[in-house]
Design a binder for this molecule. Structure first.
Ligand SMILES: [Fe+2]
Length: 913
């Protein structure tokens, strides 16, 4: 008698004969296991119920007697052969779940688990006679818990028996018959001649009650699609199908479905029209795609999705969530606590009397004295979660002194420090070579005024200490930080917001013969008005008291432009948002057996979760970013405009970006193929070391797996993956001509090096300096509240009487500043278990299961150690004035390793904060 065939919709559905209700039948020969031959899709039909002395049992079914020769061959491969059968022992390791009441649930779990897990060992080979797959299965009933030295794991063992012709094990199907999910660490099968076979899982196994499909756990071996062993081909395809889902319905917490959606959940129009936000990720407002959640649409706007508000989590595929046991130590867990608890306490404390800093010592008090918080809930969490926001009691909030004022209290005021931060600060990505004059805008002159900048050749000439403008351009000594075209289209709307007064800035810098860079002229622009066709003001370094203060105000406006572009464009868009569709495509189109999936896996850790959290509380309508940065409610539209106008995948490669900005020239004689125009450009100089190390690893890796001439073009998973990154992940930019093709090893190496660089070095360089540079608000104000008064305006007299007051009252308020400082501090924090670039993860080698590839990673690790030494020695080189000198902090943002906390150094593998 055969069991009922399964529903045709799911090839993973557990057969009725071995479902929870049928468990009594799974007890053959008193061993709890059986083995079967047959294609996996025929699994459920190959299990035969046989009546034996009145009891029902399952007996293994073999299609035919094996030939003597094949048995002999199998016996020579595998030991412990017992009458044509091989005895195996499987060890399953499960991580405990901690948030439940351990006393109540653990015991029932312990009892239940012995009945609750079914595993099926799948051969990677097929039966030579039936041409179908071979597998053995065992319910976990009666599995024995083993004593474990690890406090958070449980281990169980069980016996399995397989036929001598079983061949090489390739995968395990896991079915969770319990009502609760569990975290499967791994399964190790002992008894094969080649030694233990490890199935690394590190995945949540959903309950069969939530989803009847079994999970497929593959052996640690990389295969290109064409190399997939015959017994695993169906499984490989089916596992990918399950990850892709059907694109319908609302995602449930236990799902592991990766799909795409536009940014249509930033606003909350049902709550208030004030919180309505346009959809980002449509032709008019292009953007990379986010992970689809499928929530219902809002009542007010059929294009917008309803929001999930804190503390309820936004869906991300189950394995993208933080490990529960360590959640409090994870960066994003800390960020969650900050947003849910600390920020509301700061707001409650300061909002009633939200005022400007009255004097500079008011700012210092944040570090020296701190302030008492009202309504501080969860009193211990400050101590637990804020590494650098230190407390002397449970309610006193005191900030750590940021690096920018640690060594030199007044460095931020100097022009050379302003310029140094363009090369070695938290935003070193916007400075570019000024190649020609006049400086021209690309905006529509009929709307935004004359295209020519007010920074003319004559203005520049006055600041060159006798050098001609032509000479300065020829010698590549003029540079520009140009935010004019990005910001001007938004200025009118931004300045209509309460408490916002911003300009669109341009800053020209001069690199003199003493090799010191400094700003020489700033242009601050407002949109034209009916009375004035051009509203461009030019500022130059001051040589008297008034000019000096006006120059400081102009620099503060530039810094607030810089802070906004850094956060919304370089940080959020170019690293966080652009990695997201890449991660989605990788999961959807590359099997976890694919070597490229294995290569990218460490670089995708926790990015979807941190991005979901950011959409919930940071970049959403009314969130921290809108409240704290000049563009306010137009922040994401600004980010979209930057994506539309300037983002190009090919220019995200560091050398290409440097060349594009004129900061480097191609030079095949140089180690990295480029020569820096300013040699002492710490971000670029150290970044190229990291870039080259990644490139070397990737090229070795690609060369190893793609040795055949057409192997890249014929890799169907890889081609579909790249097509999906372009066409679905970056749908709004799918037709751009600059997308690299993926035909050759060079193409693939370039694409992968760029992706890994964005996730590691690029993000580290612009993320972990946020508090060290931004933690002192005068150095990087995130918004400005006043324009610079002109001589005929009444505020000008007030400025003359008290310039310090004018300066401080132009900066963010105390509430705005302290909120941003708390967020920057958390975003700059490394968690205790951060995984850094070049540190071979403890199971990465095992995953790759290939000695040669392991050597590539070992070499990569050694290269990163060398880089750390090189950077440390550069930071002691007195010739490099952007790293050394009186009060100058070393450039450490691209030092590969770090301890936990706000260290201003360390390159994690992935964007996890
Ligand atoms: Fe970040």
């Amino acid at each position: 008698m055969y069991t009922s065939p399964p529903p045709p919709t799911s090839t993973f559905r557990q057969p009725a004969a071995i479902s929870a209700s049928a468990k009594p039948t799974i007890n053959i020969l008193s061993r709890n296991q059986t083995w079967v031959a047959g294609s996996r899709s025929r699994l459920r039909t190959r299990i035969r119920r046989v009546s034996d002395s009145g009891s029902t049992m399952i007996r293994a079914v073999v299609s035919k007697e094996e030939s003597k020769s094949s048995r002999a061959a199998a016996e020579s491969r595998n030991g412990a052969v017992n009458g044509g059968m091989i005895d195996l022992k499987a060890m399953i390791t499960i991580k405990k779940k901690t948030k439940e009441k351990m006393e109540d649930t653990w015991e029932s779990f312990m009892i239940g688990i012995g009945h609750g897990i079914l595993i099926q060992l799948i051969s990677q080979d097929i039966d030579p006679e039936t041409k179908s797959g071979i597998f053995a299965q065992s319910s976990a009933r009666g599995w024995l818990p083993r004593a474990s030295t690890h406090p958070h794991v449980m281990e169980f063992t069980s016996n399995l028996t397989v036929p001598a012709n079983f061949g090489q094990p390739g995968a395990i199907l896991v079915t969770n018959l319990l009502r609760k999910e569990f975290y499967l660490v791994d399964i190790v099968v002992h008894g094969f001649n080649q030694g233990p076979v490890i199935f690394h899982a590190n995945t949540w196994i959903h309950s069969q009650h939530a989803n009847p499909d079994s999970r497929i756990i593959f052996k640690n071996q990389a295969y290109l699609p064409s190399q997939t062993p015959p017994g695993l081909k169906d499984l490989r395809r089916e596992d990918l199908q399950s990850v892709r889902g059907n694109g319908k319905g609302e995602r449930k917490p236990h799902d592991r479905v990766y799909d795409y959606a536009p940014y249509n959940d930033l606003g909350n129009p049902d709550k208030s029209q004030e919180l309505a936000r346009p959809v980002i990720g449509v032709p008019a407002r292009p953007y990379p795609r986010r992970c689809r959640t499928g929530r219902p649409k809002t009542k007010s706007d059929p294009e917008s999705e309803t929001r999930i508000e804190k503390p309820h989590p936004v869906y991300v595929p189950r394995d993208e969530t933080f490990e529960e046991i360590k959640q409090d130590t994870f960066s994003a867990g800390r960020l969650k606590a900050l947003l849910h608890n600390l920020i509301p306490s700061i707001v409650a404390t300061l909002s009633a009397s939200d005022i400007s800093f009255g004097c500079f010592s008011d700012i210092d008090k944040l570090y020296n004295d701190g302030f008492f918080l009202k309504d501080a809930q969860h009193k211990n969490f400050f101590l637990k979660l804020m590494n650098q926001v230190t407390t002397v009691s449970q309610r006193l909030l005191k900030y750590d002194i940021p690096a920018i004022i640690k060594r030199d209290r007044f460095a931020w005021l100097r022009d050379d420090e302003f310029a140094r931060q363009a090369l070695a600060g938290v935003n070193p990505m916007n400075i570019e070579l000024l190649k020609e004059l006049p400086i021209l805008s690309k905006l529509d002159a009929s709307i935004y005024g004359p295209e020519e900048s007010a920074i003319t050749k004559e203005v520049i000439a006055e600041e060159l200490n006798g050098m001609s403008v032509e000479e300065a351009i020829r010698e590549k000594r003029l540079f520009i930080i140009d935010y004019h075209d990005t910001l001007l289209p938004f200025i009118e709307r931004m300045n209509a917001l309460p408490g916002r007064e911003a300009y669109a800035s341009r800053t020209v810098l001069f690199y003199n013969r003493a090799m010191v860079l400094r700003p020489i002229v700033i242009e601050l622009s407002l949109p034209p008005t009916p009375s004035s066709a051009s509203n461009k003001r030019v500022f130059r370094p001051g040589h008297d008291a008034t000019a000096h203060w006006v120059w400081n105000l102009a620099k503060a406006h530039v810094c607030s432009n810089d802070a906004g572009i850094h956060q919304l464009v370089n940080h959020w868009l170019r690293t966080h948002a652009c990695m997201e569709p890449c991660i989605i495509a990788t999961h959807r189109q590359l099997s976890c057996l694919h070597p490229v999936f294995k290569l990218l896996h460490p670089h995708m850790r926790y990015t979807l979760e941190i991005n979901a959290l950011a959409r919930q509380s940071l970049i959403n309508g009314g969130g921290i970013i809108e409240a704290s940065f000049s563009p306010g409610k137009f922040s994401m539209e600004l980010s979209s405009a930057a994506y539309k106008n300037s983002w190009r995948f090919d220019l995200e490669a560091l050398p290409a970006d440097l060349i594009h900005r004129g900061m480097a020239v191609e030079d095949p004689t140089m180690p990295h193929g480029v020569k820096l125009v300013i040699e002492d450009y710490p971000y670029a100089a150290d970044g190229l070391l990291i870039w080259s190390a990644i490139k070397e690893l990737v090229e070795s890796f690609v060369g190893h797996y793609y040795s055949e001439p057409d192997s890249i073009a014929s890799d169907i998973e890889l081609q579909t993956w790249w097509s999906e990154v372009r066409n679905k992940g970056h749908h709004d930019k799918r037709n751009e001509s600059w997308w690299p093709e993926l035909d050759t090893k060079e193409d693939l190496s370039g694409v992968l090096t760029t992706i890994i660089w964005i996730a590691s070095g690029q993000h580290a360089a612009i993320n972990f300096g946020q508090y060290p540079f931004g933690g002192y608000v005068p150095n990087r104000p995130t918004l400005m509240r006043k324009l610079i008064a002109e001589e005929d305006e009444p505020e000008y007299d007030q400025f003359l009487m008290n310039p310090q007051f004018t300066f401080l009252s132009s900066l963010p308020t105390q509430l705005q500043a302290t909120k941003v400082m708390a967020v920057q501090d958390t975003l700059s924090t490394h968690s205790a278990d951060e995984e850094y670039l070049g540190q071979v993860h403890h199971f990465q080698n095992q995953w790759l299961h290939d000695g040669e590839v392991s050597k590539f990673f070992e070499r990569f690790g050694a290269r990163l150690e060398e880089i750390e030494t090189v950077i440390n020695s550069r930071n002691k080189d007195a010739r490099l004035k952007n790293r050394t000198g009186a009060g100058i902090p070393p450039y450490e943002l691209l030092l590969p390793t770090s301890g936990p906390g706000v260290t201003g150094r360390g390159v994690p593998n992935s964007i996890s904060i």
